[in-house]
Design a protein around this ligand. Structure first.
Ligand code: SF4
Length: 615
């Protein structure tokens, strides 16, 4: 900790020694953890704005800033030569420390994109969930799996790109049905001119970049020249292609008539959440929108937007010529320069006040506000549900933190357990845990339960935070085991435990039952069916998570035993194969060429593997 703090001097006393140069500041909490990173043109002025009351016209949300100020125990500043350097340093430090109160853009796998592997001599267009910096071209992200599949379907019908994945492509000995249907040139087996194929790839990229008007004109010219040369068959094919593209154009919303590519960024804030919405406009057509939601943000809007722009476009997202923003950014020229270097072309960031661009901003803003309201309403629904659950099972506190356990095994083989976590009624996947059962040799559900509960809560302080509510899958037996373990650990007063057991249809039961410790009969949920549904949802989530882990373990065990008999395969090579392919099916499908690319797999060993699976 800083010497001044140790000596009890206040942070305000540090201010006169802060430089007035540009630079980056790092806010730290009482444990020295960096909780916020920001940049400033004048470091002293910026730091002073935190420790003296912010003026109302500063745009800073008072509640949010108050939250940050209360947490700050110390700060550090780093001087830079220019504001440009400060911008880069701020971005690097946010990436490095992931401070709690900065916005951090995670990889959002909900939104699929299309990937065109242009480095391949015959590129393939596939759906991916992650955008990598691998030299391929990416398009999207699309708002849903449905919309990305529809686009891919249109492309596969209209353009003669290959439809098979690279692995199948390499192993083909004759063209597939797509060739007979005249929707693929069959580069897998036929000698297809690379220039002709590359022309198709360019057309697909034009189409996906929203340049359909230009594409239609190009095809029209080709059609006219084909008809002029009396190649009527080719002209008819081009006509069909043009109509197919025109049809997709009819479904798209025209928002501007200047055909410029632009992203429109809007922001909506409340103390609980900040939502950023980005509208993607390509060639004047609105082709998609995406929302990003952040909790615990404390920055002012212009800082959030700047941080968002830097994190979003560095992730290999397409950078358009123009970006519309909802607030005036004080470092707009530096940001434009930085984006221009990434894109290798001039990029403009505009804050429109009137006209069509302002209208576009308003559409984005409306969408951001709707998304924000949806989040807030959904939270209040969850709170209502949790407070009814609290009443039903007579808890002293709201069950804001719930943990639920389930086991999975087949006749005692490879037993595993799972723990899922729900915070404020919503799953918190990053806190889910999987356990391999270590101490129980025979199939015994109670013993599995007791082992994992002991492992989860038996680490003293390291087990914290404890949940408000612990749910076990099962009836009174499992419930009693869980309570007795918590009692042994001395935390049974802190955690409420319930069991949820399946209905016994043989006994005429119509719904699952909830058990509480010390009660002979199950709890009467009454008409609050949604509370029972919520508990079932948590139990089913634990079940799903346990089963998926069990399947993974079993497939690895099976794979291990199959690989055991192959000459030349020992523990190390087994590990390499498992790590690379992840399952038997993929190893079986792998070609000798693919196998020998792995470290330690010689052509002799690869042949042994092939022979084993061919047999
Ligand atoms: S014809 Fe060949 S290249 Fe085209 S999709 Fe079928 S297998 Fe792939």
């Amino acid at each position: 900790m800083d010497k001044d703090i140790k000596e009890g001097k206040s942070l305000v006393e540090k201010l006169p020694r802060v430089s007035t140069s540009p630079g980056v500041y790092l806010m730290k909490d009482i444990n020295g953890v960096i909780i916020y990173v920001g940049k400033a043109l004048n470091l002293r002025k910026r730091m002073a704005s935190y420790f003296f009351l912010p003026s109302l016209d500063s745009g800073r949300t008072d509640i949010k800033t108050g939250v940050l100020i209360n947490k700050i125990s110390d700060f550090e500043t780093i001087i830079t030569e220019t504001e440009n350097e400060a911008l880069i340093l701020e971005s690097n430090l946010i990436k490095k420390y992931r401070p709690r109160y900065n916005i951090i853009l995670k990889d959002d796998k909900r939104y699929p994109s299309l990937r065109l592997n242009v480095n391949d001599p015959y590129p393939f267009l596939g759906i991916v969930r992650k955008i990598k910096n691998d030299g391929a071209q990416y398009f999207g992200p699309y708002s849903s799996a449905y919309s990305v599949r529809n686009t891919l379907k249109t492309i596969n019908r209209t353009f003669k790109l290959r439809k098979c994945r690279t692995r199948d492509f390499k192993n083909r000995t004759r063209p597939c049905l797509n060739y007979q249907m005249n929707i693929c040139l069959a580069p897998c087996c036929l000698d297809v001119d690379k220039d002709i194929y590359s022309d198709i790839v360019k057309e697909v990229a034009l189409f996906l970049n929203g340049k359909s008007h230009a594409l239609v004109n190009k095809i029209k010219d080709e059609m006219t020249s084909a008809a002029g040369g009396q190649d009527y068959e080719k002209a008819a094919i081009l006509r069909d292609k043009m109509f197919a593209i025109k049809k997709t154009l009819e479904k798209q919303v025209v928002v501007t008539n200047d055909f410029i590519d632009r992203d429109v960024i809007a922001i909506a804030c409340r103390p609980e959440y900040t939502v950023i919405t980005i509208l993607t406009v390509r060639g004047g057509l609105l082709i998609g929108s995406r929302h990003f939601c952040f909790s615990e943000t404390v920055s002012i809007e212009s800082e959030i937007v700047r941080n968002f722009i830097m994190q979003y476009y560095i992730k290999n997202h397409y950078i358009p010529k123009e970006i519309l923003v909802p607030v005036l950014l004080d470092d707009v020229y530096i940001l434009e320069k930085w984006l221009g270097t990434l894109k290798k072309l001039k990029v403009r960031i505009l804050f429109p006040k009137r006209g069509n661009k302002k209208k576009l901003l308003n559409i984005a803003l409306q969408n951001a506000e709707n998304e924000l309201m949806d989040r807030v309403v959904s939270d209040s629904k969850h709170l209502d549900l949790l407070s009814r659950l609290q009443k039903i099972i007579k808890m002293d506190v709201l069950p804001g933190h719930i943990e639920c356990f389930d086991n999975s095994n087949i006749s005692g083989a490879d037993p595993v357990s799972s723990m899922v976590v729900f915070k404020n009624g919503k799953p918190e996947k990053k806190s889910y845990r999987r356990y391999k059962i270590k101490t129980v040799v025979e199939q015994n559900d109670y013993a599995y339960m007791s082992e994992v509960i002991e492992r989860r809560y038996g680490k003293g302080g390291a087990s914290k935070p404890y949940p408000d509510l612990l749910i076990v899958d099962g009836g009174k037996g499992q419930l009693n085991i869980a309570v007795s373990i918590l009692k042994n650990l001395g935390i049974n007063e802190k955690v409420v435990v319930i069991g949820i057991a399946k209905k016994d249809e043989g006994k005429g039961e119509t719904s699952d039952k909830v058990y509480m410790f010390g009660r002979a009969n199950h709890v009467n949920i009454g008409r609050q069916g949604d509370v029972l549904l919520f508990l079932q949802y948590i139990r089913d989530e634990a079940h799903r998570f346990a089963i998926s882990f069990h399947r993974l373990r079993r497939s690895k065990t099976t794979l291990r035993s199959v690989l055991d008999d192959i000459p030349g395969i020992g523990k190390k090579r087994k590990g390499i194969l498992l790590k690379h392919f992840g399952g038997i099916k993929k190893i079986m499908e792998a070609s000798i060429e693919e196998l020998i690319t792995l470290p330690g797999i010689s052509s002799e060993v690869a042949e042994n593997i092939k022979e084993k699976f061919d047999r």
